[in-house]
Design a binder for this molecule. Sequence first.
Ligand code: SAH
Ligand code: SF4
Ligand code: F3S
Length: 468
Amino acid sequence: MRLPDHKEERIRTNEEVEQIYLDQNYSNEVYSGKKYFIKTYGCQMNVHDSEEISYRLETLGFEKVEELEDADLVILNTCAIRENAHDKLYGFLGRCKHLKDTKKDLIICICGCMAQEERVVNEILTKYPYVDIVFGTHNIHELQDMLLNRVKGTDIEVYSYEGKVYENINYKRDSKVKAWVNIQYGCDKFCTYCIVPYTRGKQRSRKSSEILKEVECLKENGYKEVTLLGQNVNAYGKDIEGELSFAELLESVAKTGIDRVRFVTSHPWDFTSEMVDIIAKYANVMPYIHLPLQSGSSNILKLMGRKYTKEEYLKLYKEIREKVKGSSITTDIIVGFPGETEEDFNDTLDVVNECKFDSAFTFIFSPREGTPAEKMEDNVSLKEKEDRLHRLNDVINKYSLIHNEECVGKTFKVLLEGVSEKDDTKAFGYTDHMKLVNVKGGLDYIGEIVDVTITDAKSFSLDGEIKK
Ligand code: SAH
Ligand code: SF4
Ligand code: F3S
């Protein structure tokens, strides 16, 4: 494993690295006609990294396939956020092994956040010798080199230090109408349960000038929506002297005139009134905020290292709802954190009942190796955790349905993205406030922002038709 001891031998001059990043070295002859299959777990960071990986593979001549069985190269972009992520990896590796038994030249490659965990890399080395390549989140740009120079046996390149911020990265974007734009890498909030600062490194913001250049370029190429991406976008720029604040960046992106601007994820700690005002002021900044609560109990929030109280969260929440017209707010909640009592859990239910979130992702606490919470006494039984999750989901789903039902009969702007998965006579898209709508009569308008009248509401989606 390439850990800091080996760092020196891998260091290249800036020019060499830039060269690699700009892909000027690669010819597409070597792997021409070969097929790759990529499976992505985890958050939007990983989804966007997979777009970079896909681009890099295609510079070598690889073509993408949708079925594992058709592949000459399998890439698994992993997530480490909860224990079930591990189960998914090992389950998938089983399928790959099976395929490799009949297809000897199959190249199996593991990357992403789990590849940054030393235990996992060691486990792959010892128990899964048929894996060919492992690389981490800090050295995606080595992928072409690794494939070109492949030696027999597992080739492992995982840097444990966070790299510099690279610019001019190319992507093979999944969508032609909406695009992810990284504004920062890593996270240094170190919430006590979370593995992300270990798998992605400390926060590194991109320069605002480069971000704006990318947005302008996307706009020129017909993109209608950008989502500014980071684990804690509100802390954007704090690691660069003299850089714009997130509020200023958001304003500058809005002023490019691109149709829609979104951003994820917000941390209540760094969310200022100035940011709320900018969201409210610009019509092209979408009125949708994902604002993870994690817990409604100030005691548990303290143990989680979230650095806000129940009251502070509620104050911010109310400010957003009051200032941003037609907003929707969603959240993340963890139940069963070590030490969570029934009273603490009731505090969470209180906040949910007060906020009436549009929707929420809810999780059972999962101890992650090397995090402070792993060492806290996990004194909530699994039965209790499951029971709390169940009770919480009932309340969350009740409010989701109410919010969706309130949309019926109203007309919203929807960016139509493609053919609906459930019904191929309809198109799907999202409203400004991020509600998924399946649209009758929408197939002729894919790629456009259209007025859609909502005809029916379900818990997790809406039905609508093009406004006559
Ligand atoms: N940066 C974002 C969240 C990234 S992870 C933020 O700060 O909100 C996405 C969600 O996974 C988190 O919001 C949290 O609710 C959940 N999560 C993270 N670590 C977890 C753990 N160890 N156990 C259970 N859920 C966890
Ligand atoms: Fe994890 Fe906290 Fe950073 Fe979010 S802010 S990625 S929960 S450490
Ligand atoms: Fe998972 Fe890594 Fe994202 S751990 S949630 S893929 S940053």
